[in-house]
Write a protein that binds this ligand. Sequence first.
Ligand SMILES: CSCC[C@H](NC=O)C(=O)O
Ligand SMILES: [Zn+2]
Ligand SMILES: [Zn+2]
Length: 403
Amino acid sequence: FTELETAQIGRFQDYLRIHTAHPSPDYAGAAAFLLPYAASLGLHTTTLHFTPCKSKPLLLLTWPGTDPSLPSVLLNSHLDSVPAEPEHWLHPPFAAHHDTGGGRIYARGAQDDKCLPIQYLEAIRGLRDAGFAPARTLHISLVPDEEISGADGFEKFARSEEFRELNVGFMLDEGQASVNDEFRVFYGDRLVWRLIVKATGAPGHGSRMFDGAAVENLMDCVETIAGFRDAQFGLVKAGLRGPGEVVSVNPGFVMNMQPSEAEVGFDFRLPPTEDVEHIIRRIKEEWAPAHKNLIHELMIKGPMQDVAGRPIVTPTNASNPWWSVFEQAIISAGGKLAKPEILSSTTDSRFIRQLGIPALGFSPMTNTPILLHDHNEFLEDKVFLRGIKVYEHIIRALSSFKG
Ligand SMILES: CSCC[C@H](NC=O)C(=O)O
Ligand SMILES: [Zn+2]
Ligand SMILES: [Zn+2]
């Protein structure tokens, strides 16, 4: 590695060592690391707060463009991470151990998504040192609480006056690792629903067999939903649909059993183009019907349509000029792009797509196992460094785009 590359890996490790995991992410520590870092590159820095206690900062880093009349480009990354169980890890999850043999850097957040701000900033360093001046203003947003819904993070930011003033024309946000040598890109996120079904039934002695007990009623619900789950999963297993193109449903989000009351929770994920009325009808009529003493509560986590009443997706065709700028940038970086996908999980991109602003999910990690939220999350040093080069191409292209 060159001296610069060694320093870049070091900065990545320093950031990974900040304890950003829920339930008590060290946002102040992350801000204390990132703000002076950005300032040292000549970026303007602002800290916004959308909570009264000011414990959830949202950092904005800005590289002003030479033509401020053009809409800006936003690169997003969330500051928080999911928790880790250290006993299941080869190395402590916040030590950022660098395995010098294989080059792996182990840490919670190595893929999701603490590589991104370092890659964004190091790409800016490279471009600045090469004398590049962006035409469009480039903003980086570093937001709290993505992992816990973004309600105090990007959701409030997207509705704010400060956001409107940024005049964002296009956003890049996190994506996911790719197990082959094609970069993955995401043009939509699935919708998140939580369904709680409560059953009531006749109480009775544990030795008696009788019809209509609460748990039995609830089991009918679980079994019918399990059948639907099998059918959806079957489409993915048969290669007919991508994992983001089916409705996923997983039980067990809350479980609380009593003799005359029983309750189960389901985590539902729906493709943005799904016929939601049809699913709601099936819940009411087939899966949790009142005649089986089942009641249900459906929580819809976030918007289901954009401001124009359409599914929340970013076009990846000629109708979206940013798409071809992005695609060309990947090619100019010597990369290959996989077919655009719907992300199985959910990111902050949904809040900006909902406003009708195009956004793509992208994390430059090829030939890397998908380890977000998993034990032993790691990113290889060479993959991390290549990502910096890829962002140099992307930032150059997006910020020069005159369309
Ligand atoms: C209700 S928003 C949940 C957001 C979360 N995002 C990342 O994992 C997810 O479960 O996909
Ligand atoms: Zn993430
Ligand atoms: Zn995550």
